[in-house]
Ligand binder design. Structure first.
Ligand SMILES: Cc1cc2nc3c(=O)[nH]c(=O)nc-3n(C[C@H](O)[C@H](O)[C@H](O)COP(=O)(O)OP(=O)(O)OC[C@H]3O[C@@H](n4cnc5c(N)ncnc54)[C@H](O)[C@@H]3O)c2cc1C
Length: 493
């Protein structure tokens, strides 16, 4: 299996070799502030707010045993033959053999599962979250629910989401930063596709009426992909309209619960084939709950999409006019290959930026735009990324704008077990940082673990920097222990 080298990671590695000493905490100067305010993203500023050089400080809350375990797991995930074998076994008939399956699940549980997941049930996940809270991080509990195909499973899933939100009452105040939901678990996928088709056709031809449509914020723009809907779709049947209303009410019920508990709700982003319908639901909940300067419902924008910046700009400006505080979780996007495959199978260009550099630039551009809105008080953003450059860029821009570290409208998030260095660096600089905590029975989260294994495989994978940081810190601790015991011997001699 060939290793795909990410130019950005190469850039990180080069940066670390050439200028390790520049990772020191420096307060931003006036000239830095002037450079950053009202500017398009530029290369990360030289002065760094985040300190990744002092690993003693970075990993001060992590025991050596835990670090060694993490290092081992990440190292195994970086070895292509191990990941290939794991993926093959999971997808093969061998996995269906009773005894073998149990043995595999036990092995996975004590390695990758413990590393990337928060526990098998809500109690275990809550304990993990409390541990993070003690370390100065917050948590986002995410029960690994399946996509729904009918109303019955949508209601079952809704109850699970409500249970998670309710459980946060028992946790330390503000240890949970957000609740999260995926619309594909509370609205049947087939309906999301139908609604997305209709919204796309309505965008191209506004005379194509949608009687059920509630006016909220603009969803699509002219740059958005329209190839999913090549023919004029049939209007929704009465049954579909009824199901749509039910799905809408499910999201309203969950949002109301979050509103009552003052807990913001992140709505995940999925494939472009269904994303217009997801945004439609999200924006209608936003216009109901995000009032009086509060952001309760957050949508998700995937910066790898070519239309990302234009869509957030038009929706945010419309929200400002309506007095709605828009909230976004900003990600790069997780469905790169599927999106490109679907587009090419239909003979269209991919909706994804042509290069990873363009995705990075778009992410930082969207970050910049949202931070200025946060500064003005008209929007909220959760920067969900493992990318060190983006973390540094955002931290410097927020500092330059003078966004207070306690301002809930700016938060950072990483997945559990990923980018620990970035999480700790941001935390040490005073920012609010959350870890996304997927939980559920081991066999239920296997697809999630396979995605994490895929991301971390290869020498220059997403975990490369974390492994470097951890190795450095372990070496430092070993040295300190040796020096400590030597001087103890000398003292007692
Ligand atoms: C808290 C949290 C919540 C998330 N929620 C969602 C969600 O709701 N929906 C969702 O889709 N994803 C979600 N993700 C995953 C996210 O989209 C990314 O897949 C993941 O975080 C890796 O991106 P990164 O910003 O960490 O940066 P990096 O690791 O620096 O960048 C990798 C990303 O760059 C992009 N990329 C890679 N190669 C190319 C290329 N050739 N051209 C263009 N772009 C390229 C891809 O998006 C890839 O994932 C979430 C991530 C986190 C941390």
């Amino acid at each position: 299996m060939a290793i795909k080298l990410s130019p950005n990671l190469l850039q990180h590695v080069r940066f670390f070799h050439s200028s390790a000493s520049s990772f020191t905490v420096v307060s931003s100067s006036l000239s830095l502030a002037e450079t950053l305010i009202d500017q398009k993203p530029c290369p990360p500023p030289k002065q760094q707010l985040l300190d990744f050089d002092d690993t003693e400080k970075l990993f001060s809350s992590v025991t050596t045993t835990k670090m060694l375990k993490s290092l081992l797991n990440l190292h195994m995930a970086s070895l292509n033959p191990i990941v290939d074998l794991g993926v093959w076994v999971m997808k093969s008939r061998l996995y269906e053999t009773m005894f073998l399956k149990e043995a595999i699940l036990t092995m996975v549980k004590h390695t990758f599962y413990d590393h990337f997941c928060a526990g098998e049930n809500l109690n275990e996940a809550s304990r993990t979250l409390q541990g993070l809270w003690n370390d100065g991080l917050k948590g986002i509990l995410d029960y690994g629910l399946e996509d729904a195909n009918d109303n019955g499973s949508c209601y079952t899933n809704l109850n699970e989401f409500l249970k998670v939100v309710e459980s946060t009452r028992l946790l330390p105040p503000s240890s949970v930063s957000y609740a999260c939901v995926k619309i594909t678990a509370i609205c049947p996928i087939s309906l999301l596709k139908r609604v997305s088709d209709l919204l796309r056709w309505n965008h191209k031809d506004p005379s194509f009426g949608l009687p059920w449509k509630v006016d909220a914020l603009p969803i699509l723009c002219n740059k958005s992909p329209f190839y999913h809907t090549l023919r004029r779709p049939d209007p929704l049947t009465p049954q579909e309209e009824e199901d749509l209303e039910k799905a809408h009410q499910r999201l309203i019920k969950l949002s109301q619960k979050c509103f009552d508990m003052d807990l913001p709700l992140l709505v995940d982003a999925e494939y472009t084939s269904v994303q217009p319908a997801i945004d439609y639901f999200t924006y209608s909940a936003m216009t109901k709950f995000n009032k009086n300067g509060k952001a309760i419902v957050y949508g998700t924008v995937q910066a790898y999409l070519r239309d990302a910046k234009e869509r957030i700009t038009q929706a945010t400006e419309a929200a400002e006019k309506m007095g709605v505080t828009i909230g976004y979780k900003l990600v790069r996007g997780a469905y790169l290959s599927t999106e490109s495959q679907v587009a090419s199978s239909l003979g269209y260009a991919s909706p994804i930026h042509g290069s990873i550099q363009e995705t990075h630039a778009c992410y930082d551009d969207c970050t910049s735009f949202m931070l200025e809105k946060v500064y003005k008080g008209s929007a909220a953003v959760c920067l969900a990324t493992h990318n060190l450059d983006s973390g540094r860029w955002a931290a410097a821009k927020a500092q330059a704008l003078g966004i207070g570290k306690g301002n809930d409208k700016l938060q950072f998030a990483q997945l559990k077990g990923m980018a620990e260095g970035l999480s700790f660096g941001l935390r040490n600089a005073g920012f609010q940082v959350s870890k996304y905590l997927p939980y559920g029975p081991v066999d239920m989260v296997i697809p999630y673990l396979l995605r994490r294994a895929e991301e971390n495989r290869g020498m220059l994978s997403a975990s490369t920097l974390d492994r470097q940081f951890m190795r450095k810190e372990i070496k430092r601790r070993v040295k300190a222990a040796i020096v400590g015991s030597e001087s103890h011997k000398m003292e007692t001699a």
